[in-house]
Design a protein around this ligand. Structure first.
Ligand code: NAP
Length: 321
């Protein structure tokens, strides 16, 4: 079996897009399964070296087709995940049943590796369906297949994320920003390129049966992250701690929106720190350093959210005579 043939689920997401770019540059042939070939085409085709990306459209999980695809690869990577439930997209199907199914197939076709993205900081969050479904998914994989690598990242950020970019948009327009649990929840943000480098090293490595926590080089509270974003977009805003009852009401309302900024389930998860737990191996244990510093990296794209855009802060244009 060709070591360089990879079957990828969730390629159109933030991590997937960045991973496809790096893997195809390094001569890996990717078969990316997508629900919408047109959307995936314009997102992914431009990023990959010609001939190295094969897009396969599966509107529903066509089990026979997945069987066929699994036969021809040595590695399967699953990046499919959701932050909130919607109609048929529920946490159990996406985070538990799908990895269960894929890891069974990985076993059936004797793949070299099944790499799966789970999440950090979910072990204690018993009130969160997101966390429990991710944990159940991990258990299914470890039961089904013995050449698994489960990666548990803290929050992943980049110019194309749904985290720093959404918060900068909100901070730009809202005079007051509510913060939950007094903004004390800790995160260890990891830049997407650092995470993608780790995934690529794990593809090459001989590691088996590995559950790996992945974090960036720094730890910040949620309040500190917002302060750094504010500084970077050159804005001053009030960060107001919301009492829990009000936070719950706001989550109940916000989750009615098509793309909710906060759900009750996310509020339940926000209670718990998103940092190394000490229960698993982490990226530093394996010598995988993550060098990208949060403030430095966000300053490379935060100008999009500053009043006046890129040149506003330095006022370079003012020097043109
Ligand atoms: N980004 C983070 O901060 C972070 C942190 C911890 C863990 N993770 C985990 O890492 C993985 C990748 O994250 P990401 O940020 O790249 O996610 P993302 O940007 O939200 O992308 C998720 C991917 O899942 C696919 N997907 C969603 N629902 C699906 C369904 N019903 N059927 C088929 N595909 C579906 C999406 O495809 P469409 O384009 O078709 O919607 C997309 O390709 C996820 O498992 C996530 O939980 C991410």
């Amino acid at each position: 079996m060709n070591q360089k043939e990879i079957l990828l689920f969730g390629a159109t997401g933030q991590i997937g897009r960045n991973l496809v770019r790096k893997l195809t540059k390094n001569n890996y042939k990717i078969t990316a399964v997508t629900r919408n070939i047109h959307k995936a085409g314009y997102i992914l085709k431009t990023q990959s070296n010609p001939g190295y990306l094969n897009l396969v459209e599966l509107k529903n999980f066509n089990l026979e087709k997945i069987d066929e695809l699994m036969k021809n690869v040595s590695i399967c990577i699953n990046l499919i995940g959701i932050l909130y439930e919607k109609k048929k997209n529920d946490f159990k199907i996406i985070h538990t049943d799908l990895p269960d199914f894929l890891s069974q197939k990985a076993n059936k076709y004797k793949l070299n590796k099944f790499i799966h993205l789970s999440s950090l900081g979910i072990e204690d969050a018993v009130e969160s369906q997101y966390a429990q479904s991710k944990l159940d998914g991990e258990k299914k994989i470890t039961k089904n297949f013995d050449r698994y690598i489960i990666i548990k990242p803290s929050i992943v950020y980049s110019v194309d994320d749904k985290f720093t970019t959404n918060f900068m948009s909100l901070l730009k327009i809202l005079p007051i920003m509510p913060i939950y649990f007094e903004g004390k929840t800790k995160f260890s943000p990891i830049h997407v390129t650092d995470l993608v480098d780790i995934i690529c090293k794990l593809i090459e490595s001989k590691n088996k049966k590995l559950i790996l926590e992945c974090v960036g080089p720094e730890v910040f509270t949620f309040k500190q992250i917002l302060e750094k974003l504010l500084y970077s977009i050159n804005k001053k805003r009030l960060l107001v701690p919301l009492p829990l009852t009000l936070a719950k009401i706001s989550a109940k309302i916000l989750q009615l929106f098509p793309k909710p900024l906060l759900t009750e389930d996310q509020l339940n998860l926000l209670k718990y720190d998103n940092c190394l737990s000490g229960k698993y191996t982490n990226n530093f244990d394996l010598g995988f350093k993550t060098n990208k510093k949060f403030e430095e990296e966000i300053s490379k794209y935060s100008y999009n959210w500053r009043t006046g855009g890129q040149f506003a802060k330095d006022n370079n244009l003012g020097n043109i005579k």
